[in-house]
Write a protein that binds this ligand. Structure first.
Ligand code: A3P
Length: 350
């Protein structure tokens, strides 16, 4: 991890021409072997570490990601034009993105798709289909998204750190809904998820080795603390632009947090809706229990062939206690204390 990440957005117009070549490896496992000569040159100067799914992840603009993701980020930075009415969900991976996508979709579309109706889109589509990721879905592999089919407000999502967001997102009135989760549960969820997606590996990543990487900041879109702190600061400075949510707080007070979300998005629940139980129904429909048991989420797949069921594991707080040794817990506690001491962020169930 010695070389600096020296490419700037202006300097990489050439890079947008880099295309991954066809290889026999599944796309999400591709590393440098899947790149053209131009692509290899680009990545050869970036800091590189052993990855969580493919062989390597690279440090680009201060965060870690696979070459495929970095290409999606660059394409998005160059091509995406935010609209003031856009609503973008931002999360570190495995923070409960799927849950927030379902809540936000149900909330924002509650006039168009009343939650008490049988044919609600969330009952037949995975939340990631309804609110796509910018860099790992819409702009992946050189795709040029067609936004014509999106209705306003456009609901989108990303894992990009704040500093790497396309400038138009930062400069417009686009609203960002940020969700994070206590780092121990985030880590355990990530460890399971990446073990699951490593198609060619039957063995699990040794948990101590991956915790070491996580603590060094080397995790997808990591360092985790930078990601969280940057958005937290934005939420303090620009409370109308960035809403900062925590998984554990939604678990503990779902109605209160849903109300906060609705008010932030300027679509508060009416007294009538409150009395009719609209909030309760949104929370019920989007609950882990309900979503994870739907046919689409037990047997369905996303267009990139990822099985929908991988997004639903346990959906609990504090599952880390079933995996962490005392030593592992203390190691992460020390880092959490050090990294978050100057913020008001207090993770629950840690
Ligand atoms: P666990 O692995 O701890 O079970 P993401 O959506 O960002 O990929 O995060 C996935 C995590 O959110 C998983 O956590 C998953 O089980 C949990 N999750 C998915 N849907 C949920 C829901 N409706 N309610 C609560 N947690 C949910």
């Amino acid at each position: 991890m010695s070389k600096p990440s020296s490419y700037k957005l202006e300097e990489i117009t050439q890079f947008s021409k880099i295309k991954t070549m066809t290889t026999s490896l599944p796309k999400h496992l591709q590393d440098q072997e899947g790149l053209s000569e131009e692509g290899k040159n680009f990545f050869s100067i970036l800091p590189k570490e052993k990855g969580w799914m493919g062989s390597y992840i690279y440090n680009y603009q201060g965060f870690w990601a696979s070459p495929r993701t970095i290409q999606g980020v660059i394409a998005c930075q160059q091509q995406f034009h935010a609209q003031d009415s856009d609503i973008i969900i931002v999360t570190p991976p495995k923070s409960g993105t799927t849950w927030l996508k379902s809540l936000l979709f149900a909330l924002v579309n509650r006039m168009k798709y009343p939650v008490f109706e049988q044919n609600h889109p969330l009952l037949v589509k995975n939340p990631h289909e309804l609110i796509p990721f910018l860099e790992i879905s819409l702009y992946v592999d050189g795709c040029v998204p067609n936004f014509a089919s999106f209705t306003s407000p456009r609901l989108l999502s990303t894992h990009m750190p704040f500093a790497s967001l396309p400038k138009s997102i930062q400069d417009s009135k686009t609203k960002l809904v940020y969700l994070c989760r206590n780092p121990k549960d985030t880590f355990i969820s990530l460890w399971h998820f990446t073990n699951n997606l490593r198609l060619h590996h039957k063995d699990m990543h040794p948990i101590e080795e991956k915790l070491e990487s996580f603590c060094k900041g080397v995790s997808p879109y990591g360092p985790f603390w930078n990601h969280v702190l940057d958005y937290w600061k934005q939420s303090i400075e620009k409370p109308k632009k960035v809403l900062f949510l925590m998984y554990e707080e939604i678990k503990a007070q779902p109605k209160l947090q849903l109300k906060r979300l609705a008010e932030f998005l300027e679509c508060p629940f009416s007294i009538e809706e409150e009395n009719c139980g609209v909030m309760d129904e949104i929370l019920r429909m989007c609950s882990f229990e309900n979503l994870s048991n739907l046919e689409v989420n037990t047997n369905g797949k996303l267009s990139n062939e990822t099985e929908n069921k991988v997004f639903f594991r346990k959906g609990e707080v504090g599952d880390w206690k079933n995996y962490f040794t005392r030593e592992m817990s203390e190691k992460l506690n020390d880092i959490i204390e050090q990294k978050f001491q100057e913020s008001e962020i207090k993770f629950l169930y840690i």
